[in-house]
Design a protein around this ligand. Structure first.
Ligand code: FES
Length: 195
């Protein structure tokens, strides 16, 4: 017999998977032209110029990647449901309160962000520098359960949550880095410069 809780979890999985799949299609359509238009000149890139990113077209549950200083920077639009999972697994994280200086002081908070709905993070594993995979589904195959969504590093198996905080008992020693950034308007973020 299937109880309400199981039905809810099933629905939640389906909705997240659907959102992610649809979001992935939309991201290809909107992110590439946008990123191209925001691309700094080669000289500016060499100097590590800030990048300006409009996240208004990033649907809830979606993530886009924009290069900054030769590194991938992720912009994840977290849903209220994603945000509600962040406190569920604090006991399984290595640094749940972000005490290591892996973020600017204004992001030392439970969501590691300026606005809870947008996570901005350098998408590089703190073990040996691979790029982790985005795994937003609930309890999918291939990651240890329980899994409320996060990132899985394919190189040596490190795991991070949806605030890029690292789990215990994996090779990576630290949470992923939150770069300096600020909002130029409600949905426009400048990475590489802060207040
Ligand atoms: S580089 Fe990510 S786990 Fe080793």
């Amino acid at each position: 017999m299937v109880n309400d809780k199981e039905v809810d979890r099933g629905k939640r999985r389906f909705l997240l998977a659907a959102t992610t799949a649809m979001g992935g299609v939309a991201a290809v359509g909107v992110a590439i032209p946008f990123v191209a238009s925001m691309w700094p000149s080669a000289r500016a890139k060499a100097a590590g110029a800030p990048v300006v990113v409009d996240v208004s077209k990033v649907e809830p549950g979606m993530q886009i990647t924009v290069p900054w200083r030769g590194k991938p920077v992720w912009f994840l639009h977290r849903t209220p449901e994603m945000l509600s999972t962040l406190q569920l697994h604090n006991g399984r994280l290595r640094d749940p309160d972000s005490n290591d200086p892996q973020q600017p002081p204004y992001c030392k908070n439970p969501t590691r962000s300026i606005k809870p709905e947008y996570m901005v993070v350098v998408g590089i594993c703190t073990h040996l520098g691979c790029v982790p995979s985005f795994v937003p589904q609930i309890n999918p195959p291939g990651v240890p359960h329980p899994w409320e969504g996060g990132y899985h590093c394919p190189c040596h198996g490190s795991l991070y949550d949806l605030a890029a905080r690292v789990f215990k008992d994996v090779p990576a020693p630290l949470n992923m880095v939150v770069p300096p950034h600020k909002y130029l308007s409600d949905k426009v973020i400048k990475v590489g410069e802060d207040a």
